[in-house]
Design a binder for this molecule. Structure first.
Ligand code: T5A
Length: 217
């Protein structure tokens, strides 16, 4: 039962390179928060609502017609505008906690730092798609590119989303993404915390819990 409420809710986002452990940590944190009787909504980007999940498929899968970088950016923006208004804001208004696997900072890192699309336009797109509700807390789970690629390769063996459009990018792309996230963290020290995600799962979970606990008490 979700009895406890937080005024204006709490939006926590998880960012970082591929396979850095976001999904694993979100699951553990959601269990812990639910056991304390908070309403917890676990969601992801791209995705999170039926329409956004359709956009996710368009964005991740290879298809006959390749998506140009500009259309890719706008699809992420469209998905986020819908996701925020139909799923995230309603939960926050009820006083709940939203745990979101990737959010605006992924767009800045992937489409900005790695694809090199115009950073001013990306910032405007964020303001437009978010409608002023930025995350309260963001974790960048940081791992080096080698570990990231090893983990995704191992996990992808035999799975349906093996080798999606982003995982298939080259090392230089993934390196730009990683440094993009670290730069975002440096520029937003109040909101964004960098977590060393090369350590064991339980140690990382304890670090995250410490930060989240301080945000809810
Ligand atoms: N994208 C997304 C953009 O380009 N722009 C945007 O605006 C947005 C929102 C989404 C793709 O879209 C791009 C970025 C992405 O490429 P996705 O499938 O959601 O695609 O990709 P990821 O977020 O990278 O999801 P992954 O599932 O690949 O990675 P996670 O969730 O970070 O990692 P997780 O928890 O699944 O773990 C991966 C593996 O590592 C192990 C796990 O058991 C698992 O096998 N693991 C650990 N192993 C050792 N030590 C630890 N500490 C471990 N933690 C997890």
């Amino acid at each position: 039962m979700a009895n406890k409420k937080i005024e204006n809710g709490l939006l926590i986002t998880f960012e970082g390179p591929e396979g850095s452990g976001k999904t694993t940590q979100i699951k553990l944190l959601a269990e812990q928060l639910s056991s304390l009787e908070y309403e917890v909504v676990v969601t992801r980007e791209p995705g999170g609502t039926p329409l956004c999940e359709k956009i996710r498929e368009l964005l991740l899968k290879f298809d006959e017609e390749d998506i140009c970088d500009e259309a890719e950016l706008l699809l992420f923006g469209a998905s986020r505008a819908q996701h925020v208004r139909r799923l995230i804001l309603p939960c926050l208004k009820r006083g709940g906690i939203v745990l979101c696997d990737r959010f605006v900072d992924s767009t800045t890192a992937y489409q900005g730092y790695a694809r090199k699309l115009n950073s001013n336009f990306i910032q405007q797109l964020h303001d437009f798609s978010l409608g002023k509700r930025w995350p309260d807390l963001t974790f960048v789970l940081d791992i080096d590119v080698e570990t990231s690629l090893q983990r995704t390769k191992k996990r992808a063996e035999g799975k349906e989303h093996a080798n999606d459009r982003f995982e298939a990018e080259n090392r230089a792309f993934h390196t730009a993404v990683r440094y993009g996230f670290l730069d975002i963290a440096e520029n937003n020290p109040g909101r964004v915390k960098v977590i060393d995600a090369s350590r064991p799962i339980e140690i990382i979970a304890a670090d995250l819990w410490w930060e989240v606990y301080n945000a809810i008490v």
